[in-house]
Design a protein around this ligand. Structure first.
Ligand SMILES: NC(=O)N[C@@H](O)C(=O)O
Ligand code: NI
Length: 170
């Protein structure tokens, strides 16, 4: 079993896998007469294939137990997938580079700080949404349309997250 320790998520470390969505590290410009700031174009949405279109959904997810145990990673070959927490929820992000197989030495694990969302590039291997500490509500932006857009790769993973309260049952 592959054992990993989640590292704090940064845009630089996550850059090979996608975008970190965070107003604190993004440029912005004034709109609405100066009453609001627009943090513009924070992630690249990919929707591939005929009749594809972007979807906006909401996930309400129970927290995972820690250490996080995964038995596979998945990918969406036809589109990107973004997760944006609605109430400051933290989550574990496990990723591996695109390809027809996964080299265990290239798997990376991160933990978000509650302000951050992520956007996985199309075809990027990742663990399923894994909110920690409490039930989470996320805006999800990904791809709809024909074709199989979810493939799994079996991989036994155990991810430790330091300094996290144990989730209390809902
Ligand atoms: N199944 C689904 O919509 N979600 C997964 O793709 C995930 O990454 O959590
Ligand atoms: Ni996914």
């Amino acid at each position: 079993m592959l054992q990993l320790k989640a590292q704090p998520l940064t845009a630089e470390a996550f850059a090979p896998f996608g975008d970190v969505i965070d107003s604190r590290t993004a440029d912005s410009f004034a709109i609405n007469g100066g009453r609001a700031q627009r943090y513009h174009d924070l992630a690249r949405i990919e929707t591939l294939g005929d009749e594809s279109r972007p979807l906006i959904s909401i996930f309400i997810s129970e927290p995972v137990d820690l250490p996080l145990q995964l038995t596979y990673l998945e990918r969406h070959p036809l589109g990107s997938q973004a997760f944006i927490p609605m109430h400051g929820e933290r989550f574990v992000v496990v990723v591996a580079p695109k390809g027809e197989s996964i080299d265990p030495s290239e798997v990376r694990a991160f933990v978000t700080d509650g302000h951050q969302g992520v956007n996985y590039r199309a075809g990027m291997w990742h663990g399923v949404q894994s909110v920690i500490e409490r039930r989470g509500e996320f805006v999800v932006v990904d791809r709809g349309g024909p074709g199989n857009n979810c493939e799994e790769y079996p991989l036994e993973l155990r991810v430790e997250v330091e300094g996290v309260e144990v989730a209390t049952p809902a």
